[in-house]
Design a protein. Structure first.
Length: 219
């Protein structure tokens, strides 16, 4: 029972749980960063597509100017359109520059979060390896003790083992202790005096604690 409790309280188990909780928080932030990055890239692509379309219009307008000859009205019209396109493209260029700076920041944060998640997974892997090594040693100890217990149980009368098992079931698994020299139960530490102590000593080598009802070895 002590070893099972020790297994349940292995520090790596608690550390892994805390690590996973922290990683869940980081993963949630990473999901947010990925969503923000996705939207930012979509906006950048939208502006980039508009600039590409304007570039195509600019080329076509220039081709019309080049083929207009002496048609000054056509040249003037296309020149005004080109000027408007150039102005809009300048605005888009500024927007794309700002967007790219913002994207770089978002990607930097996303990259940091991804590294943090990867580091957390690596740390958990290391902790789990350490945990499994200690846990396996404790499991081996439990198996060894259970084997010894089976050997001892095989040498006891069936009615005594039945009484032991019943007492263990009622007492949280701890069924037997010793009567101490100062007349106390070695398990619950309750004092036993007067007639109860005399009665208990008369039941030697095995009696029952009047306080916790566990079996007591009486020497």
């Amino acid at each position: 029972m002590k070893i099972k409790k020790q297994r349940a309280e292995l520090p790596q188990r608690v550390k892994v749980q805390l690590l996973r909780k922290k990683r869940d928080e980081i993963s949630a932030k990473l999901d947010q960063a990925l969503e923000i990055e996705k939207k930012a890239k979509a906006e950048f692509t939208k502006v980039e597509d508009e600039d590409r379309q304007l570039s195509d219009k600019q080329k076509r307008a220039q081709e019309l100017i080049d083929t207009s000859g002496t048609d000054y009205r056509k040249v003037e019209s296309q020149s005004k359109e080109m000027a408007g396109i150039a102005k809009r493209r300048d605005t888009l260029a500024e927007q794309m520059l700002e967007m790219q700076v913002n994207l770089d920041k978002i990607e930097s944060v996303r990259s940091q979060l991804e590294r943090a998640v990867a580091a957390s997974l690596a740390e958990e892997k290391r902790m789990r390896a350490s945990f499994e090594e200690e846990d396996n040693e404790l499991i081996a100890q439990v198996k060894d003790l259970m084997g010894k217990r089976a050997e001892l149980a095989a040498g006891l009368p069936a009615d005594l083992m039945a009484l032991y098992d019943q007492t263990a079931a009622k007492s949280g698994g701890v069924a037997i202790g010793k009567l101490t020299e100062d007349a106390r139960c070695g398990i619950c530490r309750g004092g036993i005096e007067g007639g109860r102590l005399i009665e208990l000593r008369n039941s030697a080598p095995l009696g029952t604690c009047p306080n916790c009802k566990r079996l007591l070895v009486v020497e």
